[in-house]
Design a binder for this molecule. Structure first.
Ligand SMILES: Cc1cc2nc3c(=O)[nH]c(=O)nc-3n(C[C@H](O)[C@H](O)[C@H](O)COP(=O)(O)OP(=O)(O)OC[C@H]3O[C@@H](n4cnc5c(N)ncnc54)[C@H](O)[C@@H]3O)c2cc1C
Length: 263
């Protein structure tokens, strides 16, 4: 199918973009998720505001111990090493396994978070890294911890009229240990269960279990999981409602593998 007719707008700055959205325009970035919605006519906006040319929308800046990653930064740029240091190495490895290179060339970290598919990679990984979303609305910037950003399937904590401008991630020491495991039936498919574990010296390990058709489950203190991966994975997954036995087994395996990889 082809999309219904729409107007194309290219805002020149952020206030222009906010005005367009206030007037009912749908924001678009890489259109890797928006495109299918338009083609299937699940979305029929009168206007699409193409955010890609906004200043500072793509790219990475370092301020002290925080990395600020523009929401318009593509998965490909992250794969190619635009994010420095230990965080960059972790994120490059994650980006490399998102879809295929043509999708990664256009798809962006911000578009992915705003789309809020529970199976999307950044939805799982960024809460584990302790990230924060930077939303911009008519009243200015608002900081939203990524652990609480995705609220459900295609549902985020962005308020009406807000745009996702950037994400911030704390710099990690080189000694930080990372485990990430996702189960896909074939390369390029969305995950059926994803788990991540971050271990930093002198801090409680943080874990995330995601891609289970709901918001990511963030375990801020995952010491019990590290101590007893099998028992704790069974307990954690047992509390998730509505999983088939197969999905439950894959989710437990994801947690166990993530712990193993980070140990
Ligand atoms: C074949 C295929 C396979 C894929 N496989 C994977 C995969 O394995 N893992 C994975 O994580 N993803 C996967 N994706 C999704 C891909 O990562 C997309 O890049 C991502 O979901 C959306 O990013 P985008 O920049 O294209 O956003 P868009 O498609 O432009 O927008 C997505 C949604 O977010 C809104 N939006 C966009 N930008 C903003 C903003 N700044 N503020 C507020 N709202 C905004 C739009 O209105 C729309 O609702 C796949 C996509 C395809 C087509």
């Amino acid at each position: 199918m082809k999309p219904a007719a729409f107007e194309y707008a290219r805002p020149k700055d952020w206030s222009d973009a906010l005005q367009l959205v206030a007037d009912g325009a749908r924001p678009g970035t890489g259109t890797q998720s928006l495109g299918p919605l338009l083609n299937l006519r699940l979305a029929q906006p009168e206007t699409i505001a193409d955010l890609r040319h906004l200043p500072d929308y793509a790219g990475v800046t370092v301020a002290g111990d925080v990395l600020r990653i523009g929401a318009g930064t593509t998965h490909a740029a992250i794969e190619d090493g635009i994010v420095p240091g230990r965080v960059g190495a972790i994120m490059a490895a994650v980006a490399r396994r998102i879809a295929y290179r043509p999708v990664r060339n256009r798809g962006t970290i911000g578009g992915s978070l705003a789309h809020a598919d529970p199976a999307a990679d950044w939805v799982a990984v960024l809460p584990a890294l302790g990230g924060t979303a930077i939303a911009l609305g008519p009243k200015g910037e608002r900081r939203i911890p990524l652990a609480g950003f995705v609220l459900g399937i295609f549902e985020t904590a962005l308020a009406e009229g807000e745009l996702l401008r950037a994400v911030e991630v704390p710099v990690l020491p080189e000694s930080a240990r990372w485990g990430h495991w996702k189960f896909c039936r074939k390369v390029g498919e969305f995950s059926k269960a994803t788990a991540c574990l971050l271990r930093v010296e002198d801090a409680a390990p943080r874990a995330v279990l995601a891609a289970l058709d709901g918001p990511p489950l963030v375990i801020e203190d995952a010491r019990a999981l590290v101590a007893d991966p099998t028992g704790e994975a069974a307990r954690v997954v047992g509390e998730v409602e509505g999983l088939t036995p197969w999905r439950s087994a894959v989710a437990q395996a994801a947690l166990r593998h993530a712990v193993e990889a980070a140990t």
